[in-house]
Design a binder for this molecule. Structure first.
Ligand code: THU
Length: 140
C-alpha cells in the first residue's frame, strides 16, 4: 500500500469527478483516471462504453489520449490516479498498461485507489515488465 498523503486532495477530487462522467451502461462499472502533468495540470478520463463492446475506451487511455491531444509530450507526466468503486483498488488493463508504457516515463507513479480511500502505488514499468516498445522496432 502506498501512502494516501501522496495523492493530493485535488487529484482525488478530479478522479471522482472523472468517474462520475463515465459512460458505462453495459457493465455499470465506472472508472475515473487523472493524468497529472509536470505543471500540475489535470487531464481527466473516464471509461466510455459502446453497444458493440469492442470500441469501449478505458478511463486511463481516455486521460492519456486527451493529454496528448492537448499538446503534452511523452514522458512529461508526473503521475496517474485511477479510481473505481471496488474493494481493492482497480489495476489497469493490459492495453492501458501498454499505452502508459509508450507515453509515460517508466518510473512514473501510478496510484490505484477506491472510493473508500484505499491506495495502492505502483509504477509504469512495474505494471508491464518486459514490455514491447520502440526499442524492439530497430535492429541497431
Ligand atoms: N475499465 C477501465 O476503464 N479501466 C480499468 O482499469 C479497468 C476496466 C472499464 C472498461 C469497461 O468499460 C469497464 O471498466 C468494465 O471492464
Amino acid at each position: 500500500m502506498g501512502m494516501s498523503s501522496e495523492v493530493l486532495p485535488q487529484w482525488l477530487q478530479a478522479a471522482r469527478i472523472a468517474r462520475d462522467n463515465a459512460y458505462a451502461p453495459y457493465s455499470n462499472f465506472k472508472v475515473g483516471a487523472v493524468l497529472i502533468d509536470q505543471k500540475g495540470g489535470l487531464h481527466l478520463g473516464c471509461n466510455v462504453e459502446n453497444a458493440a463492446y469492442g470500441p469501449t475506451n478505458c478511463a486511463e487511455r481516455t486521460a492519456l489520449f486527451r493529454a496528448m491531444a492537448d499538446g503534452h509530450k511523452t514522458n512529461g507526466f508526473r503521475a496517474m490516479v485511477i479510481i473505481a468503486d471496488t474493494d481493492e483498488p482497480v489495476p489497469p488493463c493490459g492495453t492501458c498498461r501498454q499505452v502508459m508504457y509508450e507515453l509515460c516515463a517508466p518510473n512514473m507513479p501510478v496510484y490505484m485507489i477506491n472510493l473508500a480511500g484505499a491506495v495502492n502505488k505502483t509504477t509504469v514499468k512495474e505494471l508491464l515488465p518486459g514490455a514491447f516498445s520502440a526499442k524492439q522496432l530497430s535492429k541497431d
